[in-house]
Design a protein around this ligand. Structure first.
Ligand SMILES: Cc1cc2nc3c(=O)[nH]c(=O)nc-3n(C[C@H](O)[C@H](O)[C@H](O)COP(=O)(O)OP(=O)(O)OC[C@H]3O[C@@H](n4cnc5c(N)ncnc54)[C@H](O)[C@@H]3O)c2cc1C
Ligand SMILES: NC(=O)c1ccc[n+]([C@@H]2O[C@H](COP(=O)([O-])OP(=O)(O)OC[C@H]3O[C@@H](n4cnc5c(N)ncnc54)[C@H](OP(=O)(O)O)[C@@H]3O)[C@@H](O)[C@H]2O)c1
Length: 285
């Protein structure tokens, strides 16, 4: 008999146990943590990779939210915040990760292989969500480095296109190779039959590289200030009547982008009080 049959009560299952590789101690997965399986890993550069894991049937999240993830390699695993890079409709979960040399999590996470276990706390959260923005004509998603991850989720979510006529993703990195993941996502959004009807002619991408030669070598903040961002996209400057902005990058990048939004008359929003722009750190310095 199928244990998923709703007519038959499912007996309480014993908690799965994990083996700590360092101490050979066995420990139970806490109630607030899922243990999921790696299904895909791709390395882009010496310090960037993406991976996918199975999705727990009970997980609900809004595109743009983050979760805490860890590895079962210690009795008290290190958990770090990670934006879910896949859209809410995807049957797996995707993440885009830095590799920090000696980083308590990523020193180990960068070595994961298909079939390995990832721990994930059950409660997704975050401010880079459509609910935190009031309606408008277009939404700008401004990102640097791994800050593109929450937008990889949002640009592939049809709800983004229900709410906004135009979606502009900007991604700035030090080196051109670091743009690859964002470029793949934009291409996937154009080709995936589940979203291409929404994205066609409505999703625009603007990329720049700041520390090696590239057709554009400006920070996005500079391109907003001098108007080249808008000129190159064929759009008017930020206007609180029509434009919404989501920002994800370093502390300094957020501060500078936020100042530009405020100067243009936009108001910062949150889940509790939706408004015209929202921010979230891509990492803690
Ligand atoms: C809300 C939120 C969402 C996040 N989402 C992601 C994500 O989707 N992908 C991701 O790779 N990281 C993300 N991070 C950062 C992540 O939580 C960890 O910091 C990162 O995985 C490194 O962990 P660690 O334990 O190896 O090193 P940590 O001890 O956490 O970091 C060491 C140092 O490395 C640098 N660093 C950490 N993360 C990054 C990064 N992403 N880019 C550049 N430099 C960094 C910082 O200088 C930091 O002080 C997010 C952080 C926050 C607060
Ligand atoms: N990415 C790498 O090559 C690399 C390699 C090893 C270690 N790390 C470490 O990882 C950390 C983060 O590196 P990262 O490259 O991911 O992130 P980052 O330093 O935030 O840089 C990412 C992009 O954001 C731009 N930027 C930085 N501050 C900005 C601001 N205030 N406004 C607008 N744009 C801004 C950068 O331009 P500028 O180039 O003009 O600063 C760069 O193009 C650093 O501590 C670094 O030492 C990075």
């Amino acid at each position: 008999m199928n244990s998923g049959d709703p007519a038959i009560p499912t007996p309480a299952m014993p908690k799965p146990a994990m083996q700590d590789q360092a101490t050979a101690q066995t420990f139970a997965i806490p109630d607030n943590v899922y243990a999921e399986t790696v299904t895909f890993v791709r390395h882009y550069t010496d310090h960037l990779f993406r991976f996918r894991i199975t999705r727990p049937a009970s997980l609900r999240f809004r595109s743009g939210e983050f979760v805490m993830i860890g590895l079962p390699n210690a009795v008290r695993p290190v958990f770090r915040a990670y934006s879910i890079a896949s859209p809410a409709w995807d049957d797996e979960l995707e993440f885009f990760s830095i590799k920090v040399p000696g980083g308590p999590l990523t020193e180990h996470l960068q070595r994961i292989k298909v079939g390995d276990t990832i721990l994930m706390k059950k409660k997704p959260t975050g401010t880079l969500v459509l609910d935190a923005l009031v309606p408008g004509e277009r939404v700008y998603m401004l990102s640097t480095g791994t800050g593109v991850a929450p937008f990889a989720s949002l640009v592939r979510d049809p709800e983004t296109y229900d709410k906004f006529e135009q979606v502009i993703l900007t991604h700035t990195c030090r080196q051109a190779a670091e743009l690859a993941y964002g470029q793949e996502i934009v291409e996937a959004a154009a080709q995936d039959p589940l979203v291409s009807d929404f994205t066609a002619g409505r999703l625009k991408s603007w990329t720049s590289v700041t520390r090696e030669p590239w057709p554009r070598t400006k920070r996005v903040t500079r391109a907003i200030e001098d108007g080249t961002l808008f000129a190159e996209l064929g759009l008017p400057p930020f206007d609180p009547a029509t434009d919404r902005v989501m920002i994800c990058g370093s502390k300094d990048m957020i501060a500078d982008c936020k100042a530009l939004c405020l100067a243009a008359g936009l108001t910062e929003g949150s889940n509790a009080r939706p408004a015209e722009f929202v921010v979230e750190r891509a990492f803690v310095d």
